[in-house]
Write a protein of this length. Structure first.
Ligand code: FES
Ligand code: FES
Lengths: 781, 157
């Protein structure tokens, strides 16, 4: 069995020896040029004059391109053609590319790019959510509203209510490998592009448009990325197109990589949100109605903002049944970087909204938030194991009308509460807090229910190409890209399993648009679900052909042919796989096949907000304990316990890695990772010196991570579940634990009688030391 | 342009570079040693770490010219031919890497740590790696791999 094994990443040996090649490591042909953008220095206005004489004259500069020099389309948008590669008169954010420097070296290009003299007619910039609301600056006309039931009368009639709002900051991807591309001009005007991208087909498409070529004249290859996290779904377009147009203009190979500051200043980040809420509930804490207003700062171009905001709405329920709900979503256009995909794709922000509501309700009632959360969980499926009899009812529907048929969280939370010693630790924390005036501790459990599938239905397809060579070695390609998540390894396991051979017999090479066409981005956690199935289909086609031929040759039935343990058993005969392949080759059997997969069961009406957008849900839960210093706001995570549902895991080692990394990245988003723009729209946190991602010391002292042992109820690849994005949202427990610690500064612990608590902390995210400090001051006031 | 002689991974190297060129650029662009990576270029991420005279150094903060007469180890020089260093073995075994781009720097840094302190506490490992960022793994498996390597190397010493 290859599937289900905890094997190492396919390129692990290359990585530890420094041989794994990223785009910038590919030996470039002699004469390769380097590129850099000259950037806009204001947030909004018109270019009055652009003097690039000094740029052209700078040492090492070969050419400088402005918008008018581009051969065809000046657009790198993944959606609505609103993102010029180089500005055309109007400028929309500080950091927007204005001109393209082509030079002999990276350093020469970067130095020259600073020499442009540009004067602007400056216009008042719309930078914040409030600015955008005041100016009614938005995408998609007005707000999008989805509702289920009559939320306003249910709210009015509810025995109790809370209301409030939370600011949720954005997040820089900080993939450790910056964006990079390399274009190699070919004969006849064709172009080959190496790109650090999650979406080779999109790169192919945009390069073809930019060169006015059909897609068949452009080939894009991606071996691996040094991290993607959504930041390389569309943000690599500009570099690839720039390389291609410069290569066309000069006839030489061109390479471009953003250095870290440029990367942070130019590219989009996670959308920051403000979520206002009103919730009505009963004395037990059972939610009767919720009204959310989500404000998303989308930046200057549309990019992927609409589906991101949709997904925020689709996760406004997280794990909770909301009998009546109204969600209003504002997609605001501002003069800042164009916010883009980031692990979770809006889902995390939507989820923070409802988790905040649960926390607020529990605080108002003086109850343990875990009890309020569990009380509001979706009903367990009728056949679910390990839940209370009273839960065995018909599936409840999400606010968008999808029945929740696979709800795993009752059992998972029960197990996690036990394994994490939640109850005794909560009691110990209450005692600690009663005895310690300065250092306060907090603990919280938050669940995750994350919908798996692209909400744009047509993207839920994948292709694969598999060859079996006459020596029995197997070569394959699929449309997914490797960014560290271990997709290649998982898919190789699927192929090895199909042919009953060892993993060493299987090789996956770089993702290549010439091998598998029309692929979707490796995104929405869908990589192994889609590509695993496509590869399995291709392998089965070849295996069936082999079985038929071998059966005939050995006078038995194809059903009697089995592939296992590196051998093929044909009735009573046994052949090593390599020999079987050789026999098939001799017998003129085609040993190459494509495979295709499309996700079944999904339907989605985005305008109405109704349907079944998700094939299934992935679940998880985390308990985080924190301590804060009430005098400084300093805080740290003491312990984290996680139970995550990866279905029947294809590879537990890789999946646990995703869970750990996701949690830490999610906790970083909500605690230390603060993006700061000044009043001019300049991003002030544009390097690791000012933007703080979790470092080694921030990892929790105690970190227990386990996978929930259950099969996917849907027929996915070997009943596994997608695991790329969902764990990020486990990090929400860190924010809620901080809220718990701050609440402890305000009065008796939450186990005391109703009405005795101090004010609600209303902690915004990221809960930096400053924010924690201010929240402590508020509740102590 | 200046001429520099140095020893890298045990081999003598001579190269010519611009006096303003960083050691990282020299390694990557002139010597084809692309194991050290540029994550920030400002000494904050550790992806470019190389070992010089037993100490981990950010090669993005050092000039190529300063390498004159120095003994440098990069990630390419950690293994003994086909035999991986115990740290490399354990990074694979513990799945202590995902995208892998932080891995070379972290390996070089921890190798230097274990040479200086064969019996580090977990806290010492964390402090030592404070300047090596990893965006993928959440660090847990990295620490485990280092602790286990240290234990193994002490046993075999
Ligand atoms: S590249 Fe040298 S420390 Fe980041
Ligand atoms: S494995 Fe990707 S940065 Fe560490």
């Amino acid at each position: 069995m290859s599937v289900g094994q905890a094997t190492a990443h396919d390129a692990a040996r290359l990585h530890v020896t420094g041989q794994a090649r990223y785009v910038d490591d590919i030996p470039a042909p002699k004469g390769t040029l380097s590129l850099a953008f000259g950037l806009c220095e204001i947030a909004r206005g018109r270019i009055a004059a652009m003097d690039i004489a000094a740029v052209r004259a700078a040492p090492g500069v070969v050419a400088v391109l402005v918008a008018g020099d581009l051969p065809a389309a000046n657009d790198v948008s993944p959606s609505v053609h609103d993102e010029p590669l180089l500005a055309e008169g109007e400028v929309f954010y500080l950091g927007q590319p204005l001109f393209l420097v082509v030079a002999e070296t990276h350093l020469a290009a970067r130095k020259a790019a600073r020499l442009g003299v540009v004067s602007y007619e400056e216009l008042p910039a719309i930078l914040t959510i409030d600015d955008a609301l005041a100016a009614d600056s938005r995408f998609e006309g007005g707000a999008v509203i989805w509702q289920q039931g009559d939320a306003s009368s249910a709210l009015a009639g509810a025995p109790r209510q809370v209301q409030g709002q939370i600011e949720i900051g954005g997040q820089e991807h900080f993939y450790l490998e910056g964006q990079a591309a390399l274009a190699l001009p070919q004969e006849g005007g064709d172009m080959v592009v190496h790109s650090s991208t999650q979406h080779p087909t999109e790169i192919q498409h945009k390069v073809a448009e930019a060169l006015a070529l059909p897609m068949h004249a452009v080939r894009v290859e991606t071996r691996r990325m040094g991290g993607g996290f959504g930041g390389k779904e569309s943000q690599g377009n500009a570099l690839a197109v720039a390389c291609a147009v410069a290569a066309r203009a000069t006839g030489r190979p061109c390479k471009m990589r953003y250095d870290r500051d440029d990367d942070m200043v130019i590219t989009g980040k996670r959308h920051d949100f403000r979520i206002a809420y009103r919730a009505g509930f009963d004395d037990e804490g059972r939610v009767l109605a919720v009204d959310f207003t989500q404000y998303a700062r989308c930046g200057w171009a549309q990019d992927l903002s609409l589906p991101v905001c949709d997904r925020a709405m689709l996760h406004a329920d997280n794990a909770y049944y909301l009998p009546a709900v109204r969600i209003e979503s504002h997609r605001l256009k501002t003069h800042t970087q164009s916010a883009t995909a980031f692990r979770g794709f809006g889902g995390p922000q939507g989820m923070v909204g409802i988790e905040r509501v649960m926390d607020h309700i529990a605080h108002a009632l003086g109850k343990d938030p875990v009890d309020v959360r569990r009380l509001n969980f979706y009903a367990a499926p009728a056949d679910g194991a390990g839940m209370r009899i009273s839960d065995k009812v018909k599936p409840q529907e999400t606010p968008y009308g999808q029945p929740v048929e696979d709800f795993e969280l009752h059992g998972m939370v029960e197990a996690l509460l036990a394994s994490s010693d939640y109850a005794p630790r909560r009691a110990a924390i209450a005692e600690w807090n009663a005895a310690n005036p300065i250092l306060k501790k907090g603990i919280a459990l938050t669940p995750v229910k994350f919908g798996i599938s692209f909400t744009l239905t047509h993207l839920n397809q994948a292709g694969a190409l598999v060859h079996v060579y006459q020596d029995g070695s197997i070569h394959m390609n699929h449309g997914g890209t490797e960014m560290g998540q271990g997709l290649f390894q998982k898919v190789a396991q699927v192929a090895a399993q199909a042919f009953g051979v060892g993993l060493e017999a299987v090789k996956i090479t770089a993702t290549d648009t010439a091998k598998v066409p029309n692929t979707s981005a490796t995104a929405a956690s869908s990589g192994s679900d889609l590509n695993g199935m496509a590869v399995k289909a291709a392998c089965e086609t070849i295996r069936d052909r082999m079985a038929e031929h071998l059966a005939e040759l050995h006078q038995t039935k194809p059903e009697e042919v089995e592939f296992e343990g590196g051998e093929v058993r044909i009735g009573s005969t046994k052949l090593p796989f390599a020999e079987a392949a050789q026999e098939c080759y001799q017998g003129r059997v085609s040993l190459s096949a494509t495979g295709f997969y499309k996700t079944p069961k999904i339907t989605w009406d985005r305008v109405k907000g109704r349907g079944r957008p998700f094939f299934y849900f992935a679940y998880g839960a985390a308990v985080t304990e924190v301590v804060i210093d009430t005098l400084t706001g300093e805080n740290r995570i003491l312990r984290a316990d996680i139970l995550h549902d990866a279905g029947a895991s294809l590879n537990p080692a890789l999946d646990i890695g995703q869970v750990e990394g996701g949690y830490v990245q999610g906790a970083g988003w909500l605690t230390t990772e603060e993006l700061v723009w000044d009043g001019k729209g300049r991003l002030r946190t544009h390097a690791p010196s000012t933007y703080k991602i979790p470092a080694c010391g921030d990892r929790p002292d105690v970190f227990n991570v386990a996978l929930w042992d259950a099969q996917n109820r849907e027929e996915t690849i070997y009943r596994s579940k997608a695991v790329g994005e969902p764990p990020l949202m486990l990090g929400i427990s860190a924010l809620m634990a901080l809220s718990d610690a701050v609440a402890a500064c305000g009065g008796p612990s939450s186990s005391e009688a109703i009405g005795q608590q101090g004010p609600y902390p209303a902690l915004d995210a990221p809960a930096t030391a400053e924010r924690v400090f201010r929240a402590v001051q508020r509740v102590q006031a | 342009m200046i001429q520099v002689s140095t020893t890298i991974n045990g081999d003598e190297h001579q190269f010519v570079c611009d006096p303003r060129e960083t050691l990282l650029d020299v390694l990557r662009d002139r010597l084809g040693l692309t194991g050290a990576k540029e994550g920030c270029g400002t000494g904050d991420c550790g992806a470019c770490t190389v070992e010089i005279g037993g100490r981990p150094v950010c090669s993005c903060l050092m000039l190529g010219a300063e390498a004159e007469g120095k003994e440098i180890t990069t990630v390419e020089g950690i293994a003994d031919g086909e035999d991986l260093h115990p740290l490399q073995v354990n990074f694979i075994k513990h799945a202590a890497l995902q995208c892998g781009i932080c891995t070379p720097g972290i390996l070089v840094a921890t190798k230097a740590l274990l040479e200086e302190n064969p019996n580090p506490t977990e806290t010492e490992v964390r402090y030592w790696l404070a300047g090596n960022l990893c965006r993928c793994t959440g660090y847990d498996k990295i620490i485990r791999a280092v602790m286990e390597t240290a234990a193994e190397m002490r046993e075999n010493a």
